[in-house]
Design a binder for this molecule. Structure first.
Ligand SMILES: [Zn+2]
Length: 163
């Protein structure tokens, strides 16, 4: 298994609606293993397929005790509200405060194609929503007012130039 290169903002694939996962086979299992490797290497808690350049509705996460593979994910229920810092591996982990629901229920298929539902709260619920957004071509900065979104992008570009 291997660590893949992380696709960074403003790559086109990050803004595209992902294609459904239709084949549940060894290739998908290998891809998910690579996604976990890439996520852990980057010290992230979630990673979606568009973040390694694949236009696919698929993510992996390991956050707050919830480790899972989600193909064709949907957030089917949300409740409450939380305000907290969020960052994205595709935007250099530059943090910004995002208001999201406190609880979220995820519906998705595992690597075998079996549908499941999972409830989470707090940080893990935030990961459900952040990663499902990726599968829909949406980034966390799309939830920010324009001025704050511009600030995150500016800081990301600046930090990239320093490296
Ligand atoms: Zn992200």
């Amino acid at each position: 298994m291997s660590v893949r290169k992380i696709t960074e903002y403003p790559a086109e694939v990050l803004g595209q609606m992902g294609k459904p996962v239709t084949e549940f086979n060894k290739e998908l299992e290998d891809l998910c293993a690579d996604m976990f490797d890439t996520m852990y290497d980057a010290e992230g808690v979630g990673l979606a397929a568009p973040q390694i350049g694949l236009n696919l509705r698929l993510f992996v996460m390991d956050c707050d005790g919830i480790k899972l593979i989600a193909a064709n994910p949907e957030v089917i229920h949300t409740e409450g509200e939380q305000s907290g810092q969020e960052g994205c591996l595709s935007i250099g982990k530059v943090p910004a405060v995002v208001v999201r629901p406190q609880n979220a229920r995820l519906r998705a298929q595992d690597e075998k194609g079996v549908w499941f539902e999972r409830d989470a709260e707090g940080y893990a619920a935030r990961a459900f929503m952040h990663e499902t957004d990726h599968c829909n071509g949406k980034l966390f900065i799309d939830h920010l007012p324009k001025m704050r979104r511009d600030m995150v992008v500016k800081r990301f570009k600046k930090e990239k130039n320093w490296k």
